[in-house]
Design a protein around this ligand. Structure first.
Ligand code: NAD
Ligand code: ZN
Length: 357
């Protein structure tokens, strides 16, 4: 078991990582004044992992209610949010309670947003159960829901009190979901840490085989990279945007294919290969380093090329990405493995050439 502190001053918190860390939930709540927990989860996750969580809370004498939400991105919306808020009111939950989000990024984002706005703010503990949620969505405090006019368009920054990352949860996770999380881990190495990237190159078989020690190291390093970036730029006025490496292309792929056809991590994986090629063209990334990114994506059995999309549609979809602020498309590019930069001055011809490989 390892821990990691997120340095956000009064809003700072500890991430606990390792096999069996769910069993620490009782101790974590015992360290606060909260004697009541409301666990927000879904039926799939509850069937596998709720028992252990409840046992730990019971042992710590924390009164516990459970609210089940429907499973899936399609339900990350205002109707589900309102149902959750209604349940909290019916249960007469007050601000002394702690909301515990047990699930993937969908549960974490909805429950986190409910915690941010219910009675102007409840304590939140994130217990992420997908690899993507463990290395990405549970860290950094972004919460929210989708709107019919755009994904993640309604939300708030709301930092948790603690994050419990239990690698045992990954045993029940489908392999495709595991690989989607690995895409974000590769991203963290690519933008910030060439040594970690090299470690991933030698450790990918162990990660794919769900080796506990390898997963713990990869999650710890990933969270440390994300936490450092978030600590420097909590509200994404600058550096935090580097976490979007591969995402401008990736979001376009997701939108073109219809959300859900490609998992987010799969689209990001192909997007990182495109962004690496673009980096070769516009900021001097060495071709051999770009090739290493494509190879690692392939070894992780993630897509290395985007689906076929017309040139005009690519530009249209990328222009719609919410990361566009002043009309020009903003790209996260690499000068070298581990060294990411933001660039706006990229010619459409270079973008399209990078997509075609
Ligand atoms: N807040 C952020 O900073 C941030 C960052 C990245 C992504 N996100 C959001 O995260 C969401 C995607 O998260 P996700 O990839 O975790 O998807 P998800 O929450 O839909 O989980 C994927 C599937 O796996 C199931 N599942 C979860 N844990 C399991 C387990 N241990 N065993 C078996 N099945 C399990 C879920 O029920 C679901 O069916 C998106 O909505 C995205 O916008 C948020
Ligand atoms: Zn992502």
């Amino acid at each position: 078991m390892t821990t990691l502190d997120v340095g956000l001053g009064a809003r700072g918190y500890t991430i606990h990582i390792g096999e069996g860390s769910i069993d620490r939930i009782g101790d974590v709540l015992n360290g606060t004044s909260s004697r009541r927990a409301v666990v927000v989860t879904n039926a799939v996750v509850a069937a596998h992992h709720l028992g252990r969580l409840k046992a730990s809370l019971a042992k710590a004498d924390v009164a516990t209610d459970v609210v089940l939400l429907p499973d899936g991105e399609a339900h990350k919306n205002s109707a589900t949010l309102l149902d959750l808020l209604t349940r909290l009111l019916e249960l007469r939950v007050d601000r002394s309670a702690t909301l515990v989000a047990l699930g993937g990024g969908v549960i974490g984002d909805i429950a986190g947003f409910a915690a941010a706005i219910y009675q102007r703010g409840l304590s939140l503990v994130q217990v992420p159960t997908t690899l993507l949620a463990q290395v990405d969505s549970s860290v950094g405090g972004k919460t929210g829901i989708n709107h019919p006019l755009g994904k993640n368009m309604i939300g708030a920054f709301w930092q948790p009190r603690a994050v419990l990352i239990d690698t045992d949860c990954l045993r029940t996770l489908p392999d495709r979901e595991l690989r989607a999380g690995i895409a974000e881990i590769i991203k963290h190495g690519a933008i910030r840490d060439a040594d970690f990237f090299a470690w991933l190159e030698s450790s990918m078989p162990a990660l794919l085989a769900k080796d506990g020690a390898a997963l713990t190291h990869a999650i710890h390093r990933s969270c440390a990279i994300k936490a450092a970036i978030v600590a420097a730029d909590e509200r994404e006025t600058g550096e935090r945007a580097l976490l979007n490496f591969g995402h401008t292309f990736g979001h376009a792929i997701e939108a073109a294919q219809g959300y859900g056809a490609w998992l987010h991590g799969e689209a990001v994986a192909a997007g990182m290969v495109c962004a690496s090629r673009l980096s070769e063209r516009v900021c001097g990334l060495d071709a051999s380093q770009s090739e290493r990114i494509a190879s690692l994506v392939a070894v992780a059995r993630l897509p290395t090329a985007p689906p076929s999309i017309e040139a005009a549609r690519w530009l249209d979809l990328m222009g719609r990405d919410k990361k566009v602020s002043d009309g020009s498309i903003r790209f996260v590019l690499l000068e070298a493995l581990g060294r990411a930069v933001l660039r706006r001055d990229v010619a459409a011809a270079d973008v399209l050439a990078a997509i075609c490989g």
